[in-house]
Design a binder for this molecule. Structure first.
Ligand code: WQD
Length: 378
């Protein structure tokens, strides 16, 4: 379906105001092929992010650039989700969904499992029911490397078994299975089409849009390492930096993660949508899927390069000039020693390449933080 008034394909982006979501919205806009319709409850993000996406689109495409649309909707409200789809039915409908909205703090998920199952699993089911009802059959799902738990092999291929070790990781693995079952079910009814879905398993996104207009702006103190380091360097976060565990089986004893630039990660979503836009009759990413197993694929979006906590602190010291002092403390619940991707499948089938290096991630993050020392709310 395309928007009746333009030839753009409407894409509903849940969680589109968030760190990853806003960069995905900006990436979709600048392709000139997609019109992002954002659904977000603003629980952990600011509506100001959408205007910055619009600015980025105008910078790239000129004053007539497509403008994203926001619906302040909560996935825990099924009728509100359905109403959004209904709004566009008469004008070409919604062509695809990029589903990012979720609660995502690994540690917190262990303390609040019901909240995580309500939003991440029940909220996803409400979304998928609305998609089926409105015949929206293309889905990109924001999954996570945490579904692998402590993998047997590093770097991790997509064939690695899903053995999540946190409530958060379990919600992501469950939603992947739910999606796969919907794909297996086929069209379901006369005149309907089967769901075709791509799960993208993120590793650790870092950095910010090079313009400095978008970046990571969680409400409250960041739980993640990179935004915390950036806020410390700009004087916004005054607490003592703690390194959670130096006794891991890794080169320097601290956890290793596969950090990739947020722009590369966002671009991976555009490539997944481009792959969904290839008709099933042609050779596409579902050609190898057998009929009974449904048109479902999963891809790692990572750089394939592991970097430790200490490596990241040193890289941010170089980018910001800030002399980080840290205290080493015990391990954080749910942390696994190493999550490094094998990204070759996404590279081969989606044309995905996480090309930006660590210096670029830290430079863009620092540039963003300097432009917004007090965040979007300012
Ligand atoms: C990285 C490393 C910490 C803060 C991410 C996403 C999460 C989920 C899993 C999303 C870890 C260490 C951190 C600090 C520290 N995926 N650390 N001191 O845990 O890999 O989680 O992937 O789908 O949403 O955030 O990232 O940045 O929290 O931690 O030592 O003050 O830094 O122990 O080893 P993580 P992170």
């Amino acid at each position: 379906q395309t928007n009746g008034s333009t030839n753009l394909k409407r894409v509903l982006v849940t969680g589109g105001l968030g760190y990853i979501g806003s960069h995905v919205v900006a990436s979709l806009l600048v392709t000139g092929r997609y019109l992002p319709i954002v659904v977000d409850n603003c629980h952990n993000a600011y509506p100001a992010a959408l205007e910055r996406c619009a600015e980025i689109a105008r910078d790239a495409l000129g004053p007539d650039a497509p403008q994203p649309i926001l619906h302040n909707v909560d996935l825990r409200d099924p009728s509100a989700i359905d109403d959004v789809f209904t709004k566009y039915d008469a004008d070409g409908g919604i062509w695809a969904v990029v589903h990012l909205a979720a609660l995502k703090a690994v540690g917190e998920s262990g303390e609040q499992p019901l909240a995580y199952y309500r939003v991440n699993v029940a909220g996803s089911i409400s979304l998928f029911e609305a998609m089926a009802k409105h015949n929206c059959n293309n889905l990109v799902f924001s999954s996570s490397a945490t579904v692998y738990g402590t993998p047997q092999t590093i770097p991790i291929p997509e064939t690695s078994p899903l053995m999540p070790e946190s409530c958060y990781g379990r919600t992501k693995a469950m939603v992947e299975e739910i999606i796969h079952d919907i794909c297996r079910a086929g069209p379901g009814a006369e005149g309907k089409e089967a769901l075709r879905a791509v799960s993208v398993r993120y590793f650790n996104p870092a950095g910010a849009h090079p313009s400095g207009k978008l970046g990571e702006e969680p409400r409250g103190k960041p739980g993640n390492l990179l935004p915390l380091l950036a806020q410390m360097a700009v004087g916004r976060e005054k607490s003592q930096l703690k390194v959670f565990g130096t006794d891991f089986p890794t080169p320097d004893g601290t956890c290793v993660r596969d950090y990739l630039h947020i722009m590369d990660l966002a671009g991976g979503h555009t490539l997944a949508l481009d792959a969904l836009a290839v008709p099933t009759s042609e050779n596409n990413i579902f050609s190898q899927c057998d009929a009974k197993d449904g048109q479902y694929r999963a891809f790692n979006l990572g750089k394939g390069k592991g970097m430790s906590v200490l490596n990241m602190i040193e890289a941010m010291r170089k980018a910001s000039g800030y002399d980080y002092q840290y205290e080493t403390v015990g391990r954080r619940r749910g942390d696994v020693p190493d999550l490094t991707a094998d990204p070759t499948l996404a590279e081969k089938e989606l044309g995905f390449v996480a090309k930006e290096d660590l210096e670029s991630m830290c430079r863009d993050l620092w540039n963003f933080q300097q432009q917004h020392p007090n965040g979007y709310s300012s």
